[in-house]
Design a protein around this ligand. Structure first.
Ligand code: NAD
Length: 264
Protein backbone atom coordinates (compact mmCIF):
# COMPACT_ATOMS: atom_id res chain seq x y z
CA UNK A 1 0.00 0.00 0.00
CA UNK A 2 1.35 3.44 -0.91
CA UNK A 3 0.69 5.65 2.10
CA UNK A 4 1.26 8.79 -0.03
CA UNK A 5 3.67 10.26 2.50
CA UNK A 6 6.47 10.97 0.02
CA UNK A 7 7.69 14.55 0.44
CA UNK A 8 5.44 15.35 3.42
CA UNK A 9 7.27 17.09 6.25
CA UNK A 10 6.97 15.72 9.78
CA UNK A 11 8.14 16.74 13.25
CA UNK A 12 8.20 14.20 16.08
CA UNK A 13 8.87 15.44 19.61
CA UNK A 14 11.06 13.19 21.78
CA UNK A 15 12.26 10.96 18.97
CA UNK A 16 15.85 10.02 19.74
CA UNK A 17 14.66 6.68 21.19
CA UNK A 18 11.57 4.58 21.92
CA UNK A 19 8.22 5.04 20.19
CA UNK A 20 9.23 8.40 18.69
CA UNK A 21 12.32 6.90 17.07
CA UNK A 22 10.22 4.05 15.63
CA UNK A 23 7.73 6.57 14.19
CA UNK A 24 10.62 8.49 12.61
CA UNK A 25 11.88 5.25 11.05
CA UNK A 26 8.50 4.34 9.56
CA UNK A 27 7.79 7.84 8.22
CA UNK A 28 11.25 7.92 6.61
CA UNK A 29 10.61 4.50 5.04
CA UNK A 30 7.48 6.03 3.48
CA UNK A 31 9.54 8.89 1.99
CA UNK A 32 8.57 11.66 4.43
CA UNK A 33 11.06 14.41 5.31
CA UNK A 34 11.50 14.10 9.06
CA UNK A 35 12.76 16.41 11.82
CA UNK A 36 13.54 14.56 15.01
CA UNK A 37 13.96 16.04 18.49
CA UNK A 38 15.71 15.30 21.74
CA UNK A 39 17.21 17.32 24.53
CA UNK A 40 20.86 17.16 23.46
CA UNK A 41 22.52 17.62 20.08
CA UNK A 42 24.71 14.60 20.81
CA UNK A 43 21.69 12.26 21.19
CA UNK A 44 20.14 13.76 18.04
CA UNK A 45 23.31 13.20 16.01
CA UNK A 46 23.48 9.57 17.21
CA UNK A 47 19.82 9.01 16.28
CA UNK A 48 20.26 10.59 12.83
CA UNK A 49 23.24 8.32 12.10
CA UNK A 50 21.16 5.31 13.17
CA UNK A 51 18.16 6.38 11.05
CA UNK A 52 20.33 6.92 7.97
CA UNK A 53 21.70 3.41 8.48
CA UNK A 54 18.19 1.95 8.78
CA UNK A 55 16.57 3.81 5.87
CA UNK A 56 18.49 4.23 2.63
CA UNK A 57 18.23 7.83 1.37
CA UNK A 58 16.53 9.11 4.55
CA UNK A 59 16.05 12.89 4.60
CA UNK A 60 16.28 13.56 8.33
CA UNK A 61 17.45 16.47 10.46
CA UNK A 62 17.09 17.24 14.16
CA UNK A 63 16.45 20.13 16.52
CA UNK A 64 17.45 20.05 20.19
CA UNK A 65 14.77 21.37 22.54
CA UNK A 66 13.71 20.57 26.08
CA UNK A 67 9.92 20.66 26.39
CA UNK A 68 10.12 21.66 30.03
CA UNK A 69 11.48 25.02 28.78
CA UNK A 70 9.11 27.38 26.93
CA UNK A 71 12.06 29.28 25.44
CA UNK A 72 13.38 26.07 23.82
CA UNK A 73 10.00 25.48 22.17
CA UNK A 74 9.93 29.07 20.90
CA UNK A 75 13.40 28.59 19.36
CA UNK A 76 12.32 25.29 17.81
CA UNK A 77 9.29 26.90 16.16
CA UNK A 78 11.50 29.69 14.83
CA UNK A 79 13.86 27.12 13.29
CA UNK A 80 11.03 24.99 11.89
CA UNK A 81 8.17 27.35 11.00
CA UNK A 82 6.05 24.85 9.06
CA UNK A 83 5.24 21.11 9.07
CA UNK A 84 2.60 18.92 7.43
CA UNK A 85 2.58 16.33 10.22
CA UNK A 86 3.04 17.01 13.93
CA UNK A 87 3.51 14.06 16.26
CA UNK A 88 3.29 15.04 19.94
CA UNK A 89 5.22 12.11 21.36
CA UNK A 90 7.61 13.48 24.01
CA UNK A 91 6.52 12.22 27.38
CA UNK A 92 7.81 11.25 30.80
CA UNK A 93 6.60 8.61 33.25
CA UNK A 94 7.76 7.27 36.60
CA UNK A 95 6.09 5.21 39.32
CA UNK A 96 5.46 7.33 42.45
CA UNK A 97 3.04 6.93 45.35
CA UNK A 98 0.33 9.62 45.29
CA UNK A 99 1.37 11.07 48.66
CA UNK A 100 4.93 11.54 47.38
CA UNK A 101 4.02 13.43 44.20
CA UNK A 102 5.02 17.03 44.86
CA UNK A 103 3.63 20.21 43.29
CA UNK A 104 6.82 20.38 41.23
CA UNK A 105 6.20 16.83 39.93
CA UNK A 106 2.61 17.68 38.92
CA UNK A 107 3.75 20.83 37.12
CA UNK A 108 6.71 19.09 35.40
CA UNK A 109 4.49 16.28 34.13
CA UNK A 110 1.92 18.79 32.92
CA UNK A 111 4.51 20.90 31.14
CA UNK A 112 6.38 18.07 29.39
CA UNK A 113 3.41 15.80 28.58
CA UNK A 114 0.61 18.31 27.93
CA UNK A 115 1.93 21.83 27.31
CA UNK A 116 4.55 20.49 24.87
CA UNK A 117 1.76 19.49 22.46
CA UNK A 118 -0.28 22.63 23.17
CA UNK A 119 2.64 24.95 22.42
CA UNK A 120 3.45 23.17 19.16
CA UNK A 121 -0.17 22.89 18.03
CA UNK A 122 -0.80 26.58 18.81
CA UNK A 123 1.80 27.39 16.16
CA UNK A 124 1.33 24.64 13.54
CA UNK A 125 -2.43 24.03 13.67
CA UNK A 126 -3.55 27.44 12.25
CA UNK A 127 -1.00 27.01 9.44
CA UNK A 128 -2.40 23.58 8.63
CA UNK A 129 -5.92 25.03 8.48
CA UNK A 130 -4.66 27.78 6.18
CA UNK A 131 -3.16 25.32 3.68
CA UNK A 132 -6.12 22.97 4.18
CA UNK A 133 -4.03 19.91 4.98
CA UNK A 134 -2.28 18.61 8.04
CA UNK A 135 -2.08 15.90 10.64
CA UNK A 136 -1.67 16.27 14.39
CA UNK A 137 -1.29 13.09 16.40
CA UNK A 138 -1.05 13.02 20.17
CA UNK A 139 0.69 9.95 21.61
CA UNK A 140 -1.51 9.48 24.64
CA UNK A 141 -1.79 6.12 26.45
CA UNK A 142 -4.20 3.50 27.71
CA UNK A 143 -3.31 5.20 31.02
CA UNK A 144 -5.63 8.01 29.88
CA UNK A 145 -8.54 5.61 30.49
CA UNK A 146 -7.11 3.19 33.05
CA UNK A 147 -5.50 5.69 35.41
CA UNK A 148 -2.50 3.81 36.83
CA UNK A 149 -2.54 3.79 40.62
CA UNK A 150 1.26 3.84 40.63
CA UNK A 151 1.41 7.15 38.68
CA UNK A 152 -1.79 9.18 38.86
CA UNK A 153 0.04 12.33 37.70
CA UNK A 154 0.97 10.56 34.46
CA UNK A 155 -2.63 9.37 33.93
CA UNK A 156 -3.86 12.94 34.36
CA UNK A 157 -1.60 14.18 31.55
CA UNK A 158 -2.64 11.41 29.18
CA UNK A 159 -6.37 12.14 29.71
CA UNK A 160 -5.68 15.84 29.15
CA UNK A 161 -4.14 15.05 25.77
CA UNK A 162 -7.37 13.32 24.67
CA UNK A 163 -9.38 16.37 25.60
CA UNK A 164 -7.11 18.75 23.67
CA UNK A 165 -6.96 16.43 20.68
CA UNK A 166 -10.75 16.12 20.43
CA UNK A 167 -11.18 19.87 21.00
CA UNK A 168 -8.79 20.72 18.14
CA UNK A 169 -10.51 18.21 15.87
CA UNK A 170 -13.77 20.14 16.41
CA UNK A 171 -12.04 23.11 14.74
CA UNK A 172 -11.18 21.17 11.56
CA UNK A 173 -14.70 20.88 10.14
CA UNK A 174 -14.74 20.74 6.33
CA UNK A 175 -10.95 20.98 6.07
CA UNK A 176 -8.27 18.46 5.11
CA UNK A 177 -6.75 18.64 8.59
CA UNK A 178 -7.24 15.85 11.13
CA UNK A 179 -6.35 15.64 14.81
CA UNK A 180 -6.28 12.25 16.52
CA UNK A 181 -4.77 10.48 19.50
CA UNK A 182 -3.07 7.11 19.53
CA UNK A 183 -3.20 5.19 22.83
CA UNK A 184 -0.38 2.67 23.13
CA UNK A 185 -0.53 0.01 25.80
CA UNK A 186 2.62 -1.17 27.58
CA UNK A 187 5.34 -0.95 24.93
CA UNK A 188 8.94 -2.06 25.17
CA UNK A 189 10.77 1.24 24.73
CA UNK A 190 14.01 2.29 26.42
CA UNK A 191 11.90 4.39 28.79
CA UNK A 192 9.77 1.40 29.80
CA UNK A 193 12.83 -0.75 30.46
CA UNK A 194 13.94 1.94 32.91
CA UNK A 195 10.40 2.08 34.38
CA UNK A 196 10.42 -1.67 35.06
CA UNK A 197 13.78 -1.33 36.80
CA UNK A 198 12.35 1.41 39.06
CA UNK A 199 9.26 -0.70 39.73
CA UNK A 200 11.49 -3.63 40.73
CA UNK A 201 13.41 -1.45 43.19
CA UNK A 202 10.19 -0.07 44.72
CA UNK A 203 8.79 -3.63 45.06
CA UNK A 204 12.07 -5.13 46.28
CA UNK A 205 12.10 -7.80 43.53
CA UNK A 206 14.33 -8.54 40.51
CA UNK A 207 13.68 -6.80 37.18
CA UNK A 208 12.67 -10.15 35.65
CA UNK A 209 10.17 -10.75 38.45
CA UNK A 210 8.74 -7.23 38.18
CA UNK A 211 8.23 -7.72 34.43
CA UNK A 212 6.61 -11.14 34.91
CA UNK A 213 4.30 -9.77 37.62
CA UNK A 214 3.40 -6.66 35.63
CA UNK A 215 0.86 -8.33 33.33
CA UNK A 216 -0.46 -10.61 36.09
CA UNK A 217 -1.13 -7.84 38.60
CA UNK A 218 -0.89 -4.33 37.10
CA UNK A 219 -2.27 -5.01 33.57
CA UNK A 220 -4.24 -8.30 33.81
CA UNK A 221 -6.74 -7.34 31.08
CA UNK A 222 -4.08 -7.19 28.37
CA UNK A 223 -5.10 -9.64 25.64
CA UNK A 224 -1.62 -9.98 24.20
CA UNK A 225 -0.05 -10.40 27.69
CA UNK A 226 3.24 -8.95 26.51
CA UNK A 227 4.77 -5.58 25.76
CA UNK A 228 4.01 -4.28 22.27
CA UNK A 229 7.01 -3.46 20.13
CA UNK A 230 7.68 0.19 19.31
CA UNK A 231 7.23 -0.73 15.63
CA UNK A 232 3.70 -1.98 16.29
CA UNK A 233 2.75 1.45 17.66
CA UNK A 234 4.54 3.27 14.84
CA UNK A 235 2.56 1.28 12.24
CA UNK A 236 -0.74 2.76 13.43
CA UNK A 237 0.72 6.26 13.81
CA UNK A 238 2.12 6.14 10.27
CA UNK A 239 -1.28 5.19 8.85
CA UNK A 240 -2.99 8.03 10.79
CA UNK A 241 -0.33 10.44 9.47
CA UNK A 242 -1.11 9.39 5.91
CA UNK A 243 -3.56 11.11 3.53
CA UNK A 244 -5.30 7.70 3.34
CA UNK A 245 -6.68 8.14 6.87
CA UNK A 246 -8.74 11.25 5.94
CA UNK A 247 -11.99 9.83 7.37
CA UNK A 248 -10.45 9.29 10.80
CA UNK A 249 -10.71 12.53 12.76
CA UNK A 250 -11.24 13.36 16.43
CA UNK A 251 -10.59 9.72 17.32
CA UNK A 252 -8.78 8.07 20.21
CA UNK A 253 -7.25 5.01 18.58
CA UNK A 254 -6.03 2.18 20.77
CA UNK A 255 -2.88 0.14 20.12
CA UNK A 256 -3.15 -1.28 23.63
CA UNK A 257 -3.05 -5.02 23.06
CA UNK A 258 -6.75 -5.15 23.93
CA UNK A 259 -6.04 -3.99 27.47
CA UNK A 260 -8.96 -1.54 27.72
CA UNK A 261 -12.09 -3.68 28.19
CA UNK A 262 -14.47 -1.90 25.89
CA UNK A 263 -16.22 -2.88 22.67
CA UNK A 264 -15.99 0.54 20.97
P1 NAD B 1 11.07 6.89 26.09
O1 NAD B 1 11.42 7.38 27.45
O2 NAD B 1 11.74 5.66 25.59
O3 NAD B 1 11.27 8.06 25.06
C1 NAD B 1 10.77 9.34 25.34
C2 NAD B 1 11.41 10.35 24.45
O4 NAD B 1 10.98 11.64 24.89
C3 NAD B 1 12.92 10.33 24.53
O5 NAD B 1 13.45 10.53 23.24
C4 NAD B 1 13.23 11.51 25.46
O6 NAD B 1 14.48 12.10 25.19
C5 NAD B 1 12.11 12.45 25.10
N1 NAD B 1 11.84 13.43 26.17
C6 NAD B 1 11.57 13.20 27.47
N2 NAD B 1 11.48 14.36 28.13
C7 NAD B 1 11.70 15.33 27.22
C8 NAD B 1 11.76 16.73 27.28
N3 NAD B 1 11.60 17.40 28.44
N4 NAD B 1 12.01 17.42 26.15
C9 NAD B 1 12.22 16.78 24.98
N5 NAD B 1 12.19 15.44 24.85
C10 NAD B 1 11.94 14.75 25.96
O7 NAD B 1 9.51 6.75 26.09
P2 NAD B 1 8.46 5.96 25.16
O8 NAD B 1 8.02 4.78 25.89
O9 NAD B 1 8.98 5.83 23.77
O10 NAD B 1 7.26 7.02 25.21
C11 NAD B 1 6.92 7.89 24.16
C12 NAD B 1 5.51 8.38 24.36
O11 NAD B 1 4.62 7.26 24.35
C13 NAD B 1 5.29 9.10 25.69
O12 NAD B 1 4.44 10.20 25.50
C14 NAD B 1 4.59 8.05 26.54
O13 NAD B 1 3.77 8.62 27.52
C15 NAD B 1 3.80 7.31 25.49
N6 NAD B 1 3.43 5.94 25.90
C16 NAD B 1 4.38 5.00 26.13
C17 NAD B 1 3.99 3.72 26.52
C18 NAD B 1 5.00 2.63 26.78
O14 NAD B 1 4.62 1.61 27.39
N7 NAD B 1 6.22 2.76 26.32
C19 NAD B 1 2.64 3.42 26.68
C20 NAD B 1 1.71 4.40 26.44
C21 NAD B 1 2.11 5.66 26.04
Amino acid sequence: MDLQLKGKTAFISGSTQGIGFAIATQLLREGAIVTINGRSQERIDEAITKLKGLVHGAVVTGIAADFSKAEDVAKLIHQLPDVDILINNAGIFEPKAFADITDEDWLRFYEVNVLSGVRLARHYFPKMLEKNWGRIIFISSESAIHIPEEMIHYGMTKTAQLSISRGLAELTKKTGVTVNSVLPGPTRSEGVEEFIKQLAVSQGVTTEQAEADFFKTARPTSLIQRFATVGEIANLVTYVASPLSAATNGAALRADGGLVKTIV
